[in-house]
Design a binder for this molecule. Sequence first.
Ligand code: TRP
Length: 460
Amino acid sequence: MHTRFLTGITTTGTPHLGNYVGAIRPAIAASRNAGVDAFYFLADYHALIKCDDPARIARSRLEIAATWLACGLDPARVTLYRQSDIPEIPELTWILTCVIAKGLLNRAHAYKAAVDQNTAKGEDPDAAITAGLYMYPVLMAADILIFNANKVPVGRDQVQHIEMARDVGQRFNHIYGKAWRAAGGSGEPFTLPDAAIEESVATLPGLDGRKMSKSYDNTIPLFEGGAKATREAIMKIVTDSREPGEPKDPDSSSLFAIYRAFAGEADSGAFRKALEDGMAWGDAKQQLFARIDTELAPLRERYDALMAHPDEIEDALREGARKARAIAGPRLEVMRRAVGLGPLAASHVKTKSAKKAGKRARIVSFRDADGFRFRLVGADGEELLLSRAFADPRMAAQASQALAAEGADKSLVPLDATRFAFMHDGAALATSADFTELNERDAAIELTRAALTSLRSTED
Ligand code: TRP
């Protein structure tokens, strides 16, 4: 069993050292664990809520994607994509908007904080608040629920949003669960996600000792500006005025905490001791820079190479979107049917014209050099299953009737990691295409089941 981890990064800024230590490095390490199926994405629709400067958003998307790839994220292993490349997300957002309670959104921290600020200033409570800010948690719920994520690594400030995603997911399951299964979905429409808060991951302090954050203007750059910029920022870390030779308190400056984020126990201990023994702050800063640069220099080289070839990043993101949509697409298709927005031909209202339109799944028989066969074709015309070749046309007809009658129930069985088959009396009568990924195979099983279910409801 794998656990699906999913997290989004809002594309409004340039990654700094605090992002690297607190989010990027641990997320990439986690993605390498066996049993982890990681989905990481650029939350660029969310960026529009905070930022109306198109150049900044475009730049930030590029920098963030380059950073994650340079830091070792393997796009073949992780599904890395842009939110705005997945049209199923805004579509699901609307469906969820019609399920979530408005009162719940009134209580969202980010919205409430904005209202409180307005009230304090004596302004209209909703002054300058966009509907986007208000709807932010619904978009985030769609991000998570469309992929059935199990765990969502986030900071504490985001925990309320995960609870809202659970809430709306549960409500949807309650209202539409039956319709979802009738439309060919299996189990519940949505897995309810949990927030994953890494207690052991330190929040890195910034130059002035407060949490490193763009909003405090106390950050150390990660790659932008090169080693020179990182070094200059380190030289600005606030320290006390103790002279060289005087004992220093390692815990009274950010310097030691930052060092510790880049060193093991033993080296951190030695660094602490040197400070207590009177190492000059200037020397300590040199050592800190050297330490950080040992880790970052090879990554920076990759970052610069990637930034010089945005087309390579673009390709990686498009491939990620393709993998993500192979899951989101079929799920949304069943979701649409479940809420009553499926194709007319699949509804119980049967008319001649709906049949004639042919816009529904069907089984097509044909003959080729090897014998008599049939294929199951989805509503969009794609081939879902291809039968083996039968010498006798009556056997082929029997097999296709068995598929129509039983296929939707439990006879669609994985053959291996990339294919599945319709099994009947222990034989694979029809097999799927060869998918490159387990995820895609499973999504195709879901779609095939939905197609077979719709077949049943239109044919009798
Ligand atoms: N709102 C998150 C943040 O600002 C980013 C985000 C958007 C996200 N969609 C998500 C995080 C889905 C986790 C899951 O940090």
